[in-house]
Design a protein around this ligand. Structure first.
Ligand code: 4NP
Length: 164
């Protein structure tokens, strides 16, 4: 079997958007019967929440949808841009911070915006940060991340997104 495609999901804190992206991607790939082709992880550009569980509010939202997950926050490191085949940024700030870490064109080419895989993005470029939002903000982010990971999986499996 060929080596798995390695995908890193990145947000600011690695407690809300990127852990959900990581776990939902894994879930939809398993559902599609292609889970063994992928290795996924997530990280934050900041060090604010290292070692913490994913945010309780997002886990509660996910659980209501029948999806339970866990994890432990870590910070992104320059090596990640070599170790992963794709690095998926949740918003433009994450994207700029990742591009600043990248030293080569090969590393830069791995970095993509999550929302570019959302078929309903309608011009929006960010998975919004719901930190200061009420429950509806978390519901909205869940829907965006769910659509985006399905779009990402489809882009890779259909060959539209070239990896490696
Ligand atoms: P995340 O969300 O980047 O999706 O994990 C946030 C987590 C923490 C903070 C902001 C956003 N914060 O300000 O600490």
């Amino acid at each position: 079997m060929s080596t798995p495609t390695r995908i890193l999901f990145v947000c600011l804190g690695n407690i809300i958007r990127s852990p959900l992206g990581e776990k939902l991607f894994e879930h939809v790939a398993n559902e599609a019967g292609v889970g063994e082709k992928y290795e996924v992880d997530s990280a934050g550009t900041s060090a604010y929440h290292i070692g913490e569980l994913p945010d309780e509010r997002m886990r509660r939202t996910a659980k209501r949808r029948g999806f339970a997950y866990s994890g432990s926050a870590r910070q992104v490191k320059p090596r990640d841009l070599d170790d992963f085949d794709l690095v998926i940024a949740m918003d433009m700030e994450n994207m700029h911070n990742l591009l600043a870490l990248a030293g080569t064109e090969e590393q830069r080419a791995k970095i993509h915006l999550m929302r570019s895989f959302d078929p309903d993005a309608d011009g929006a470029v960010a998975v919004p940060d719901p930190w200061y939002d009420g429950p509806q903000g978390f519901e909205t982010v869940y829907d965006i991340v769910d659509r985006s990971v399905r779009g990402l999986l489809h882009a890779i499996e259909s060959g539209n997104l070239k990896v490696k």
